[in-house]
Design a protein around this ligand. Structure first.
Ligand SMILES: Cc1ncc(C[n+]2csc(CCOP(=O)(O)OP(=O)(O)O)c2C)c(N)n1
Ligand SMILES: [Mg+2]
Length: 698
């Protein structure tokens, strides 16, 4: 068989595996896997520097399938290239990642071949994809990471990082705004290691793209500063190869390759129809298509002789050699640059350097205090000096979110100057989150930042951080109606509740500067959990820890900050963030009146939830049903902690535009209201729900 015939055999194997898998599952997306098989095959077998024996080798080229619905194409590649599995923590290698049985069990419980590609669940997958636009946006972060790591780790004769990033996307990815945000930034940053391949098949779910998409994509990307090239026929391997060669040679900007393809290529009745997008072809159509390909019509999940070997001789050999050379180089690097080698190792394993937290300040008691965004900014600067691969920035708000690294050498990450650690995302919150995920997938420790109200714009990315178990740090400031005059559009209400509702995310709303420091310490140790840090714009008193409990209680998510002297309070007040100080005032005043109360600071519900029952009961004793929760955010969720009879002083409407003091009065966040609510809770034995609700609305 000639090489060309072998290529075709491999491509048709990919196509038929996809058709058979979707048919067997009676669910999935066969058409684009059939159409793009030649494209993905060419990237993998002719270009990708990826060793199937070690899918986590740090300098591998990355391949991201942004149209996650085309997952069968990725599964067939992983299988045919015999990519090895790694454990879910991405540390230990084992058997083949995707077996033929997994493909036969596509979309079934526990199959490695989930409906959409799942990072961590199935190794060889570089990013979880499915929400359109996210894969390409994530690829920008992965590409940025290469340049930063090259600056940080490369030394003369030691080019430790020079990988390329390929992402395949479709009409849906191109329509989503996030891809435009990400492409704009990638062009601005001149990320020449980034190649997006756009499947211009003119088909989406509802039919032809002419329903809703007639823009000139090529011109748009040229305007973004990309190199744009076209391949008129997805089956033309030589043209694909040439276009990819152009990408390899382009050293000053990213590349977009626009490929014209026919969805469900080769299916006599389904080609070029939206019917081939998201449903099985049907047994009869599959038979006819296989006949067209010159394939045995009745064979299913058929891998002809020579196919595995052809992948082995192509990507396998190239990837293996590249990795071996890298490992050899790394061994010499370890001798010559032991400190950098140690950093590289720790970074890859998500471990922290020794004494990483020695720069974290302690804050002296101070009734005036400082905003938690301010204290966080100081702490961030301390942490960043101990963790060289902590990098990040804001969506044009770092002067407000206090997320700029200001120490000497921190620098700015810019085109042609990639060593800087301060990133500038521009006003692109959605892409910012996805890019942070890409940085984290590359094992950097990223943070990103905006106002809490605009966390909504990052939400899909936060969700993906959680699904992928990436320790991205989201810093959201201006966290309540405390923002004052900007009014309802800028005052977050339901954001906290919705962030707390995402499984696998830890949300922190610390109450003073030392609680912020403790939260940072907890967050930095996390290896697989994204964190959301919610911070105030306005000053918060720095609590006197000689008088009240130490801030280290934060490590348990919630702790008793102030208590009745005999440990037998009549009522428990629960608060987070800026309301902790208010509850302490109420505690003092009620104490003077002889009323015994307890104040629980609850910066992280999730971490508190992870403590054992005995600890939780010791903080919120089940026997004390008189409880008051105070938080300048939605009431949603607080019933869990105060019980049905408890009182909740929180928001059930949008805010208003006015100075903070007036808003606090209007919405009941005053000493007087807290004190009165506590009293009525005690009077009603924990059944004062009605009056508390009235307090909220008064
Ligand atoms: C953000 C988002 N919105 C909607 C969907 C649902 N969806 C999945 S595929 C698809 C159509 C995609 O069209 P295209 O990218 O052209 O893929 P093709 O049909 O060509 O494979 C849609 C709307 C999604 N996955 N993500
Ligand atoms: Mg399409």
């Amino acid at each position: 068989m000639t090489n060309e015939q072998m290529d075709q055999l491999c491509i048709n194997t990919m196509r038929t595996l996809a058709m058979d898998a979707v048919q067997q599952a009676d669910s999935g997306h066969p058409g684009t896997a059939m159409a793009l098989a030649p494209v993905a095959y060419t990237v993998w077998n002719r270009f990708l520097r990826f060793d199937p024996d070690d899918p986590i080798w740090p300098n591998r080229d990355r391949f991201i399938l942004s149209g996650g619905h085309v997952s069968t194409m990725l599964y067939s590649l992983l299988h045919l290239a015999q990519v090895k599995a790694v454990n879910p923590m991405y540390e230990i290698r084992g058997n083949v990642s995707v077996t033929l049985d997994d493909i036969k069990r596509f979309r079934q419980l526990d199959s490695k071949c989930a409906g959409h590609p799942e990072y961590r669940w199935c190794s060889g997958i570089e990013a979880t994809t499915g929400p359109l636009g996210h894969g390409v946006a994530t690829s920008v972060g992965v590409a940025m990471a290469r340049w930063w790591m090259a600056q940080h780790f490369n030394r003369p004769n030691f080019e430790m990082f020079n990988y390329d990033v390929y992402a395949i996307c479709g009409d849906g990815d191109m329509m989503e705004g996030i891809s435009g945000e990400a492409a704009s930034l990638a062009g601005h940053l001149k990320l020449s290691n980034l190649c997006w391949i756009y499947d211009n098949n003119k088909i989406t779910i509802e039919g032809n793209t002419s329903w809703a998409f007639t823009e000139d994509v090529a011109t748009r990307f040229i305007a973004y500063g990309w190199n744009v090239t076209r391949v008129g026929d997805a089956n033309d391997l030589e043209m694909l190869q040439r276009a990819l060669n152009v990408f390899e040679k382009t050293s000053d900007r990213p590349t977009l390759i626009i490929v014209d393809s026919h969805i469900a290529y080769g299916a006599p009745n389904k080609q070029d129809t939206s019917a081939a997008h998201g449903e099985p072809l049907g047994e009869e159509e599959i038979r006819l298509t296989k006949r067209n390909y010159g394939w045995p019509e009745d064979k299913k999940f058929y891998v002809p002789d020579g196919v595995y070997d052809h992948f082995k001789a192509g990507m396998g050999k190239r990837g293996h050699e590249a990795r071996e050379a890298w490992i050899a180089k790394f061994n010499a690097y370890k001798t010559q640059y032991p400190q950098l080698a140690d950093q590289l190792y720790r970074m890859q394993h998500r471990q922290l350097p020794e004494l990483w937290d020695k720069g974290v300040p302690e804050f002296a008691a101070d009734p005036k205090g400082l905003a938690s965004r301010e204290s966080s900014g100081k702490i961030l600067n301390g942490v960043a000096q101990g963790v060289p691969w902590l990098i990040g920035g804001a969506a044009d708000l770092s002067p407000s979110t206090k997320t700029r690294m200001t120490f000497e050498g921190a620098g700015d990450f810019e085109a042609d100057s990639y060593a800087g650690r301060n990133l500038h995302f521009g006003i692109r919150e959605h892409a910012m989150g996805a890019i942070a995920n890409g940085l984290s997938l590359s094992k950097l420790r990223p943070y990103c930042s905006t106002f809490l109200i605009f966390s909504d714009f990052c939400k899909p990315a936060i969700r993906l951080s959680a699904i992928m178990e990436l320790p991205v740090i989201y810093i959201f400031t201006h966290d309540s109606i405390g923002v004052g005059e900007d009014g309802p559009t800028h005052q977050p209400i339901e954001q906290l509740a919705s962030l707390r509702a995402i499984p696998g995310v830890m949300v922190w709303r610390p109450g003073d500067a030392n609680e912020v420091a403790e939260a940072w310490k907890f967050i930095m140790k996390a290896r697989h959990t994204p964190a959301v840090l919610v911070l105030s714009r306005q000053a918060l008193p720095t609590i006197d820890r000689k008088k009240y409990a130490p801030a280290s209680g934060v490590q348990k998510g919630a702790y008793v900050l102030a208590d009745a002297s005999d440990g037998k309070p009549e009522v428990v007040m629960l608060a987070t963030g800026s309301e902790v100080g208010l509850c302490l005032q109420a505690y003092e005043q009620l104490g003077k009146e002889g009323i015994k109360t307890r104040v629980v600071s609850m910066p992280s519900w999730e971490i508190f939830d992870q403590q054992d029952q005995a600890y939780r009961d010791s903080v919120i004793p089940p026997s004390i049903t008189a409880r008051v929760a105070v938080e300048q955010a939605s009431t949603f969720g607080w019933d869990r902690w105060v019980g049905l009879g408890g009182a909740i002083i929180a928001m059930s409407t949008f805010g208003a535009s006015a100075p903070l003091k007036e808003l606090q009065k209007k919405f009941g966040f005053t000493l007087e209201n807290v004190v009165n609510t506590v009293k009525s809770q005690i009077a009603k034995g924990g059944a004062a729900r009605g009056s508390a609700a009235a307090a909220v609305h008064s």
